[in-house]
Ligand binder design. Structure first.
Ligand code: KG4
Ligand code: ZN
Length: 342
């Protein structure tokens, strides 16, 4: 390690994953994630339990990230932490740890916006791997459990939200529909898996009519709930007999809604560099549809590696790296923010 190397410790604790990562000069050396299985029993994230689990996980996770990367604490140039948006009790754990660690070791702090970090995950480099990062300007469809946005990305920290959900997020639609048919939390990956065995045209669900580049998923979620409830009244084993088709059909509908808005955004802006990010960008139907649409629309598409789709600290450390290059540090009085704009 030379004196000029920039080594960033990233810390993420905005929801139910505790994660720490080390990034050296933009290259990810480690990315440790501790998931919290405790929420499965409740069908969704319980904020108080998430906060407590973060407290238990944070020290071993940071320790593992530093050890795996083979760096020493004295070599860390800066600590990047998720300031928001997210669950306040969860954010407090990562923020407090980052502040304490920075103070004790005399290391400067940088803050990261969780949503910007999902987008900037596209700039994470890997040792010995050729990674194609998007060229500016690009459009990024950010789809997670809490957000559904189309973002125009002009530069690392020059982002503009062109479209947003007016109610539920796409990930929430996946999770809630999954819950309706008895799948455990988070349902998105399970729907994806079962959909591979089903017919996506078996059932049709009405798509919402929302102006411009905005989204809505709450009507779809309710329509799915009523549809399943009515069919079960007629046939008690309806869900069991049709689970693959139900998953394929709801997944098809959600992906179609997302792709239609993305096409409109590309048409309105003339931008043909298209990226996806966030937990739902792990969805195989979304990834495959984006690839097939790229030829029809002349798009350059950027699909993140699976490990950078759901919440992780590598994306926080990458964000920290670019902030470090701009000398954008924060002081010890920084506090987490449940809601945080770009
Ligand atoms: O980005 P993320 O880890 O956390 C938030 O910031 O929300 O996203 C989690 C969301 C969950 O709703 C989960 O069901 C969804 O991403 N998800 C998927 C898939 N993998 C994760 N949804 C559909 N298909 C998948 N393969
Ligand atoms: Zn996220």
């Amino acid at each position: 390690m030379s004196k000029n190397d920039i080594v960033i410790l990233g810390i993420e604790s905005s929801c139910d994953d505790t994660s720490a990562a080390i990034v050296k000069d933009g290259v990810v050396l480690s990315n440790i994630i501790a998931n919290q299985d405790i929420h499965k029993a409740y069908g969704g994230v319980v904020p108080e339990l998430a906060s407590r689990a973060h407290q238990q996980n944070i020290i071993p996770v940071v320790d593992a990230a530093i050890k795996q990367a083979g760096v020493s604490i004295s070599e860390i140039s800066s600590i990047a932490f998720t300031r928001g948006p997210g669950l306040l009790g969860s954010l407090l754990v990562g923020t407090s740890f980052a502040k304490g660690f920075a103070l004790v070791n005399n290391i400067p702090l940088v803050e990261a916006n969780h949503l910007q970090a999902h987008v900037l995950a596209h700039f994470a480099k890997e040792k010995g791997m050729e990674i194609k990062s998007p060229e500016f300007p690009f459009l990024c469809l950010l789809v997670s459990g809490g957000h559904t946005q189309i973002i125009r990305v002009n530069d690392y920290f020059e982002m503009e939200i062109l479209g947003n959900t007016i109610d539920d997020a796409a990930g929430e639609a996946f999770d809630k529909c999954a819950k309706t048919i008895g799948l455990s939390y988070p349902g998105g990956p399970l729907v994806d898996k079962l959909a591979k065995l089903g017919n996506e045209k078996a059932f049709t669900f009405t798509k919402p009519k929302v102006a411009n580049l905005d989204f809505s998923f709450s009507g779809l979620k309710t329509a799915f709930l009523y549809f399943v409830r009515d069919r079960v009244k007629e046939n008690k084993t309806f869900v069991k007999e049709n689970i693959n088709d139900l998953c394929a059909s709801i997944q098809y509908t959600i992906v179609d809604i997302l792709l239609n808005k993305l096409k409109l955004a590309s048409k309105q802006t003339g931008i043909k560099n298209i990226a996806i990010a966030g937990g739902v960008s792990a969805n195989s139907k979304l990834r495959n549809t984006l690839i097939s649409e790229s030829t029809n629309n002349n798009w350059n598409v950027y699909i993140p590696e699976f490990k950078y789709t759901t919440d992780n600290a590598a994306m926080i450390a990458i964000t920290g790296y670019y902030k470090y290059l701009r000398n954008e540090f924060v002081e010890q009085d920084v506090a987490p923010m449940a809601r945080m704009k770009f």
